[in-house]
Design a protein around this ligand. Structure first.
Ligand SMILES: *Cc1c(COP(=O)(O)O)cnc(C)c1O
Length: 367
């Protein structure tokens, strides 16, 4: 046991990321080019061409610090969401936004509410500030917003809601979210984490910025890592009213979003074709995956994101066992035992051929 640092830091179990392709190639003696990675909900089309061109231009200026205020990116986001630019906080990925919120609003010993089976970073961000996690049991693998509202205590400072949720893919409709926001005390900040919003079908899309106008305690968090294809660059953002935004900006590192990321994000934001292509591929891939699960008689949680949670066996060793059998065949997916889901795997939706390779490997792994 280390003698350094506070007890609550020593208690943190580090985040387990998806295995990198190079690591799997080394460990299993495979050719990197033959490996299919469906583990981190990345965009299978990679970086949009529009962003590559913007980065090539921005590269000429890398000797200078980035714009600490992200003027142009904020202006583009403000125009897109019809909010003033000073309602926006940029993050080094939206992970950064989640962390900044914990640092800005929670003191050691105060509580944070989030759902069972919700994004792992909520627990990490809470622990990082010595906060106390109030984990509300999931209902059908999704958030129980009634239960979450009821779980708020006098010392609760922050609530995290993921919509859609990762790793389960569950989604909460607009009416339910708004009913929840009305119930939350005005001094409790709500982070509505919408990392997968751009994948939602039109009938499920709603303007979360409208809620921000109504609720001064609401932070809407978005990312360029998923639908926009920029996971490696680390850029996300928050929309909130000025009082909350001002506090987040005091905590934020001044240069948390680098110059290439800012340039690439502006280009991606305006690349409607890229988003459309990604959403179409995702919808088709979801049908391909779930048809295979049904054929194999596997239970899955209906997903609104770019991934699916599937149950690969009835014993608590099932997820790890099938995961290993997939790795040996060069297919990387995400075990979710650390989420308390040891019988399940989370599969990101890839290109049609990648999905097919995974499905074939899964059949072998199960037989
Ligand atoms: C992927 C993900 C994020 C953040 O990703 P960044 O790359 O840090 O923007 C945030 N929330 C959820 C629920 C996610 O799945």
């Amino acid at each position: 046991m280390s003698k350094f640092g506070p007890e609550y830091v020593r208690a943190i179990a580090p985040y387990q990321a998806g295995k990198p392709i190079a690591e799997v190639a080394r460990e299993f003696g495979l050719d990197e080019a033959s490996i299919v990675k469906l583990a981190s909900n990345e965009n299978p089309f990679g970086v949009p061409e529009s962003s590559k061109a913007a980065m090539a231009q921005a590269a000429a200026d890398l000797g200078r610090y980035p714009d600490a205020n992200g003027f142009e990116l904020k202006a583009a986001l403000a125009a897109r969401y019809d909010v003033p630019a000073d309602w926006i906080t940029l993050g080094n990925g939206s992970n950064d936004i989640l962390e900044i919120a914990a640092h800005a609003f929670v003191q050691k010993g105060e509580s944070v509410v989030f759902a069972q089976y919700s994004f792992a970073v909520y627990a990490l961000a809470t622990q990082g500030v010595g906060g106390r996690a109030i984990v509300v049991p999931a209902v059908n693998y999704g958030h129980d917003l009634q239960g979450m509202a009821a779980a708020i205590e006098a010392d609760t400072r922050l609530v995290y809601v993921a919509n859609p949720n990762n790793p389960t893919g569950t989604f909460i409709g607009a009416q339910e979210i708004e009913a929840f926001l009305k119930q939350v005390p005005a001094n409790v900040v709500v982070v509505l984490d919408e990392a997968y919003n751009e994948y939602l079908a039109a009938e499920h899309q709603f303007e979360s910025a409208d809620w921000v106008r109504k609720y001064p305690n609401l932070i809407v968090s978005r990312t360029f890592s998923k639908a926009y294809g920029l996971a490696g660059l680390r850029v996300g953002f928050a929309i909130a009213q000025p009082e909350v935004t001002d506090l987040m900006n005091r905590i934020r590192q001044p240069f948390n979003v680098n110059s290439l990321a800012q340039a690439a994000a502006i280009a991606a934001l305006n690349d409607k074709e890229f988003l459309k292509k990604g959403a179409e591929n995702n919808a088709a891939g979801y049908r391909q995956m779930t048809a295979a699960f049904e054929e194999l008689g596997l239970e899955y949680v209906p997903s609104f994101g770019n991934f699916v949670l599937v149950r690969v066996g009835d014993d608590d060793g099932a997820g790890a066992r099938v995961n290993l059998a997939l790795l040996k065949q060069g297919v990387i997916v995400r075990p979710v035992g650390a989420y308390g889901l040891p019988q399940w795997l989370r599969i990101s939706i890839g290109l049609p051929q990648e999905n097919a390779t995974f499905i074939e490997a899964l059949k072998k792994a199960l037989s």
